[in-house]
Design a protein around this ligand. Structure first.
Ligand SMILES: NC(=O)c1ccc[n+]([C@@H]2O[C@H](COP(=O)([O-])OP(=O)(O)OC[C@H]3O[C@@H](n4cnc5c(N)ncnc54)[C@H](O)[C@@H]3O)[C@@H](O)[C@H]2O)c1
Length: 325
């Protein structure tokens, strides 16, 4: 299938593009490089530098390349930043997503896969979160994803379009060639590995007095290759119906477990300091992914924390400056 991948120069989009190509699909990457890296785009993908804020740029790409499906990874996705700059998320993420959805309708693209987020569940309590959990976005970022989920549902009721919404918890890990390189980096595993590599002095743990076994927050990490595999399954599933799935490991690991695992994997010292809790950080955010396992047979291949951290460390050692090396 011909798949247009927005945000395909970013972390998850570039690795999903790599997996799509390996499975024999054609890929068109559409990215404005506001966050991503040209070097992350696989050589076999068609490259289009364009901005989703410009409907004419999207239409040109659609007309030139005639995709049969769209995977929409492009977004601003920093939760904290969205609290400081709500309009950049409530307006830009939503308008840019709507521009893309409308261009799909106008050019007859009937399959749409949206990257959504665990931030739809701002204060989830202690339960493992399944697709029936009440939606209560934790930030303007989460709200922008929820708005796009709703928009897609309306468009599928009014037009010939089917969608898959994939709500990821925390993507992590790397393929051999591609990994996580955000500027600024806010994600735990790359930050811990930067400390291990001597690129940062110390790892700050934001609170160790949460109601969890070791007092640090628990998050659900999913290997980016398992995430990419879920996208390929979803591409098949939307031949017949819409679907929404949660993607995580279902267990969750604490910040302290991640740091300990990184010490074991890297064999390096990783000094840590305890900082203040961050506002809005829930103690535990863990996905129930039974639905996608049951309905699509999705089975994570790299579910162990050690596998996730090892793959990220291997990539970090091969590309110490990420895509700027
Ligand atoms: N990384 C995670 O753990 C995580 C968790 C949940 C959801 N998500 C969602 O998954 C998606 C991908 O995340 P990521 O970590 O790969 O992000 P990323 O920042 O690495 O990639 C996003 C890409 O989109 C591009 N982009 C942004 N705005 C654009 C625009 N207007 N036009 C064209 N391109 C644009 C950027 O240049 C970048 O290459 C995002 O939608 C994010 O909200 C990520």
């Amino acid at each position: 299938m011909k798949v247009l991948v927005t945000g395909g120069a970013g972390y998850i989009g570039s690795i999903t593009a790599e997996v799509l190509l390996a499975e024999g699909h054609e890929v068109i990457v559409f990215d404005n490089l506001s966050q991503g890296h040209r070097a992350a785009v696989p050589d076999d993908a068609v490259w289009v530098q364009g901005d989703l804020s410009e409907p004419s740029a999207i239409r040109r790409a659609m007309m030139a390349h005639r995709p049969e499906a769209v995977m929409h990874f492009a977004a601003k996705s920093l939760v904290g930043d969205s609290i400081v700059r709500p309009f950049a998320y409530l307006r830009d993420n939503v308008v840019e997503g709507l521009n893309l959805i409308e261009a799909c309708v106008d050019s007859g693209v009937q399959r749409f896969i949206l990257s959504s987020t665990a931030n739809l569940f701002g204060a989830p309590g202690n339960a493992v979160i399944d697709e029936k959990a009440p939606i209560a976005p934790g930030s303007p970022y989460g709200e922008s994803k929820w708005t796009l989920e709703r928009a897609l549902d309306w468009v599928s009721q009014t037009h010939d379009m089917r969608y898959a919404i994939l709500r990821y918890f925390n993507a992590a890990g790397a393929s051999a060639q591609r990994g996580e390189h955000h500027v600024p980096e806010t994600h735990l595993i790359p930050l811990v590995l930067q400390v291990a590599a001597g690129q940062r002095d110390c790892m700050t743990v934001f609170g160790d007095d949460y109601d969890t076994p070791d007092g640090t927050c628990i998050r659900d990490y999913i290997h980016v290759l398992d995430l990419a595999a879920a996208h390929l399954l979803a591409l098949g599933a939307i031949e017949t119906d819409n679907c929404t799935y949660h993607l995580g490991n279902g267990g969750g690991f604490s910040v302290r477990q991640v740091i300990e695992t990184a010490r074991t994997v890297t064999g390096r010292r990783i000094p840590e300091a305890i900082g203040q809790r961050r506002p809005g950080d829930p103690p535990r955010l863990v996905a129930n992914s039974d639905k996608i396992r049951r309905e699509l047979g999705w089975q994570p291949q790299f579910g162990e924390l050690e596998q996730i951290v090892s793959s990220a460390w291997q990539w970090h050692q091969a590309f110490p400056k990420g895509y700027e090396g």
